[in-house]
Design a protein around this ligand. Structure first.
Ligand code: GDD
Ligand code: MN
Length: 372
């Protein structure tokens, strides 16, 4: 007994051809089965065709979700609706090889998860463009550096699993984007996994929905799983502003160093004086640029709360600044001491390390106090 889930988005031409193929294939293998088409209100009216198909074939059930969107959540939706205990998730665009389904089903007898895989013996990318194959391999390497993944084709959209296992672990899974299998692999411990090779076919009708956003989501998800955090848009914007701020900081440290260097008025013997002044200037300029970007962009606030926020931001940043300048002073003096000569680079490298140390502590303070 098998519930086959076909998530669809703009696949009207594909399902028209695919459903008859699937229906006759599974009718032949003497198997109780159902095919669930889960559409997200596709503009090309896939849901309408699915509805017609469900009238034509008693094995087909069709669902149209309005409001909800996304491949992973469509898969979870399908699993909730499934009549049978064993679930097979299959792309609706005919790129997966349905002929290995009986073999996969056989393996389900002693595994928790069976994956249709392009990365084991018998598996291949077929005519997938070379650049996408390379990208996929590079992504795989990086992914495994972040977190060891217990399967080779962790991005596959073709797999079999038991309904109960998903329902029991529902609160662990984050159904964002395409990466439902990755979530299952990394968040449900001690799975018995089997991968079966198949050759990925070329898409004939319609277009892929795999965007660069999907790839970004895949990697943020790996980091979320690895560090047990939740990476929000706010966090990403804040980090971006912070990284820009590092450059602004170092740039203004550099510029003010240049100006101070041949300034006769500011002329103290102490070799710390000018460099530390430059550190302070770099800090203040970057503080202001960070503040305005975060206020209006990251946290989307208005002019109303500008002054109080600016004051709080300064107040909170004092701590970060003290961290930064202490780290700078410590490293800078150590450098001067051990290398026994003034070295221009020393002050910038030391400051950079100081900034990074302060950055991390600042994020948490600002998030919880300034823009709470
Ligand atoms: N309901 C629903 N909602 N279905 C969706 C959505 C959505 O938002 N986005 C995509 N789908 C459906 C497509 O209609 C298709 O049936 C299937 O999900 C896979 O989407 P494709 O757009 O065809 O993805 P792909 O072929 O480029 O990507 C393949 O490789 C990926 C990474 O290696 C697939 O095998 C993916 O499953 C896989 O993650
Ligand atoms: Mn596809």
């Amino acid at each position: 007994m098998l519930s086959i889930i076909l998530p669809t988005y703009n696949e009207s031409e594909n399902i028209t051809k695919y459903i008859p193929i699937l229906h006759s294939l599974f009718s032949k293998v003497n198997l109780k089965f159902e095919i669930l088409i889960v559409d997200d209100n596709s503009p090309d009216k896939t849901w309408k065709i699915a509805e017609d198909l469900s009238k034509q074939y008693n094995s087909v059930r069709s669902f149209n979700r309005i409001g909800d969107k996304g491949l992973s959540s469509a898969v979870l939706f399908g699993i909730h609706q499934a009549k049978y205990e064993t679930i097979c998730v299959l792309d609706a665009d005919m790129q997966h090889d349905e002929s290995i389904v009986p073999k996969m089903l056989e393996e389900m007898k002693n595994h928790d998860l069976v994956i249709g895989s392009r990365k084991v013996v018998g598996g291949e990318y077929g005519e997938m463009p070379f650049y996408r194959q390379v990208m996929s391999k590079v992504a795989d390497r990086i992914a495994n550096l972040i977190i060891p993944i217990p399967a080779k084709d962790s991005m596959s959209g073709f797999f079999m699993i038991r309904k109960k296992l998903i329902l029991d672990n529902l609160e662990k899974l984050n159904p964002k984007g395409f990466k439902i299998l990755l979530e299952i692999l990394c968040r449900i411990p001690n799975l018995k996994i089997k991968e079966i090779g198949y050759s990925f076919r070329q898409r004939v009708h319609g277009k892929t929905k795999l965007s660069s956003m999907v790839i970004i989501e895949y990697f943020t998800s790996l980091l979320e799983i690895r560090f047990n955090i939740s990476i929000t848009a706010t966090f990403i914007k804040y980090s971006f502003v912070g990284i820009m701020g590092v450059f602004v900081n170092l740039l203004f440290q550099f510029l003010s160093s240049m100006i101070l260097e041949d300034n006769a008025i500011v002329n103290y013997e102490n070799q710390f004086f000018k460099p530390s002044l430059a550190v302070i200037v770099g800090f203040e300029v970057s503080l202001l640029s960070n503040f305005f970007l975060n206020h209006f962009w990251t946290f989307n606030k208005t002019l109303n709360s500008l002054v109080p926020s600016l004051l709080k931001f300064h107040l909170i940043s004092i701590l970060g600044f003290l961290i930064q300048i202490s780290v700078w002073a410590f490293l800078f003096s150590a450098w001067l001491h051990y290398l026994d000569s003034y070295n221009g680079l020393a002050t910038y490298v030391s400051n950079f390390i100081g900034i990074i140390t302060a950055f991390v502590s600042n994020f948490y303070l600002n998030k919880n106090v300034t823009w709470k």
